[in-house]
Structure formats: C-alpha cells, structure tokens
Ligand binder design. Sequence first.
Ligand code: FAD
Ligand code: NAP
Length: 312
Amino acid sequence: MLDCAIIGGGPAGLAAGLYATRGGLKNVTLFEMGMPGGQITQSSEIENYPGFFDHEKTGMDFMDTWQKQCFHFGLKHEMQKVERVSKTGEHFTVTLENGEGVESKTVIVCTGSTPKKAGIKGEDTYFGKGVSTCATCDGFFYKDKPVTVLGGGDTALEEALYLSNICSDVYVVHRRDTFRAAPSTVERVERKENIHLITDTVIEEVLGDAMGVTGVKLKNKKGEITQMDNPGLFVFVGHNVNNAVLKDEEGHFICEMSEHGQVIVDLSMRTSVPGLFAAGDIRIEAPKQVVSAAGDGSVAALQVISYIQEQA
Ligand code: FAD
Ligand code: NAP
C-alpha cells in the first residue's frame, strides 16, 4: 500500500514528490508515462521562474535537477501511463495501462495538459511531416528556411522568437489583431526583423506532397485567399486538460469538475473526494505557470501528510 500515488511528473508532480518524501512519507510513487519534467521541457526558454535567469538554458535543462532532487529524498518513479483512479472504501486504486492495480492511501493528480490541434484541413495528414507542436524538438529541421507559426498566445510568440534564431523567416498567423501573449513578449517579437505578423487571418489548409508540408493556404478577414510556401508549420493554439484518469468506467468523473473539465479544488488542493488532491494546470483557475504548479504540488503534499496523520 502506497502512502501517496502522484500521477504526472511535471512541475506540480515533482514538487509534490519532493514535499511528500522530505516530509517523511516512505512509500511515494510518481506515475509518469514519459520522462519527468512536463510541458516546460518543450520550451526553448524559461525567464519567469524566480531566481532563475539564464537565457541559455532550455526548459529541459531547467527541469533536469528537479527529478534528481526528488529521487535523492526517496521518490520512486514508475514510467507507466495511468488509466484511472478509483476509490473503494478508505483507499484508492490506481489502475495502470498494463492492467495492474496499485493501492494507495492518497492520490495527487498532476496530469497537466497537452497541445490542442487547430482543426485545419491537412493538419492531421501532415502531423510529424512538417506540422509540429514543438519548436525545440523540430525547429532545427528548418534551419535557414521559412516557417509558419499559428497562434497568438505566449507559447506561439515565445516559440516564434526561438525559431527566428534558426529559421530564415518566421510568419506568425493569428486570427485576431491583438495578441493574448504578455505585452513584453509581443514587443520582443515586434523588434525581430525576421518575424512577420499576419493578423486577422486564418490558415484554411495545410498544403503538402509525398515529402511533407509545402505551404499553407491563408484567408484574411476580407475573404482574400493567399498562399505561403513554407515547409514547416508550428501549431500553438492552447492545450487540453488531461483529466481522463478521473473518469470511471462509465465515463463519469469521480470528483467535481468545472464546465471546462478542470478539477475543482479548494485552497488546500483538496478535491470533493477525501484523500484525492489535484495540482497544477489541471485545477480550476490554474495560472498555468511553472511556479504556481510547483506551489500547488507542495500544498497538496503537505495536505496529504496531514490527511494520513488524521486517518491513523
Ligand atoms: P505538465 O507540465 O503538463 O505535466 C503533466 C505530466 O503528466 C506530463 O509529464 C505528462 O506526461 C503526465 N501525464 C499526463 N497524463 C498521464 C497519465 N495518464 N499517466 C501518467 N502520466 C501522465 N510556464 C512558465 O511559468 N514559464 C514559461 O516560460 C513557460 N513556457 C512554456 C512554454 C511552452 C512551450 C509550454 C507548452 C508551456 C509553458 N509554460 C510556462 C507553462 C508550464 O509549462 C505549465 O504551466 C506547467 O508545466 C504545468 O505543470 P503541471 O505539472 O501542472 O503539468
Ligand atoms: P493560449 O493562451 O490559450 O493561446 C492560444 C492562442 O491560439 C490564442 O491566441 C488563440 O486565439 C489561438 N487559437 C486557439 N484556437 C485556434 C484555432 N483553432 N485556430 C487558430 N488560432 C487559434 O495558449 P498558450 O499560448 O499555449 O498558453 C497556455 C497557457 O500557458 C497560458 O495561460 C499562457 O499564459 C501560459 N504560458 C505562459 C508562458 C510564460 O509565462 N512565459 C509561456 C507559454 C505559455 P485567440 O487569442 O483569438 O483566442
């Protein structure tokens, strides 16, 4: 029987693992289907984590020491996808993709979110063949070539900045004429000579051939259709909440959720089910920042320790 099962190894899960193990819990396992680190490992930079100010380091570099610190204090990592969490009586069962059921006194769900698709014609056909959601992973394939970026949020503009150092030109296509991204990021983008902002415009179709993407067909608000012959398309149009582990076999959520599919928690990261906690991007009103996800994880772990003491 585990003291605590942590599902998801991003900033929230790793911070929870650190606080739970350092706080004295002996049997704490992190179930993370990939390498721990979370979404931020896809980022080319992180400049707003307090005390960390190094433009040379990527999100991957930044997260590397988090897991080492956790393992030092006794956190165990199982590289497994979790199918579902259920509660029978006092305890939880964490059902893994391989069918195994792991019993635990408490669970902290930190499964975060994943990139959304834009729903454009040709996007699925050419996904992985010129369409990407990760500039750090795929940007280098377009060295000295022009690329298209879709989206107007922080991710789109930050990744456009990253791509502008590799690619000849970066064309950012955004459906409105104002950006959702932080004003300081918009200013940095505007100062870059090889980033071109194409606003009030949507991508109608991803064009390609047997080799992959050859370009995109654009339509602006006036209805004018144009074409850009760029071999890479980076789609940054937001994220879906990874809440599937909280659905029972009939597809019903086991705890209270918001209309947007986020877990409803209180200030202690408690869900509506005693012993079940949620932290990071998966919770309601998440600021979707590494620092806040880590803060959530620490709060949840401290609550887990109190909960186990109260139950004993
Ligand atoms: P995530 O980081 O999403 O981690 C969730 C983890 O759960 C993942 O590793 C996933 O593999 C795992 N998981 C999911 N489902 C399962 C399952 N069923 N079983 C097992 N494991 C599972 N924030 C900043 O503060 N500063 C930035 O500069 C910044 N830049 C960003 C750049 C990009 C490109 C992106 C995408 C995000 C950026 N963010 C930034 C946001 C930040 O990364 C997130 O807010 C943060 O990572 C959320 O942490 P989390 O632990 O809640 O979830
Ligand atoms: P986001 O803020 O939701 O922005 C998504 C962008 O894509 C919006 O500009 C949206 O347009 C556009 N869009 C959505 N669906 C589209 C579609 N089908 N076709 C075309 N365009 C579409 O997502 P994000 O940029 O990934 O950021 C997610 C969260 O992480 C945010 O809270 C963000 O602040 C945070 N984050 C923070 C940092 C940082 O602090 N440095 C870095 C990255 C991410 P509209 O604007 O018209 O809706």
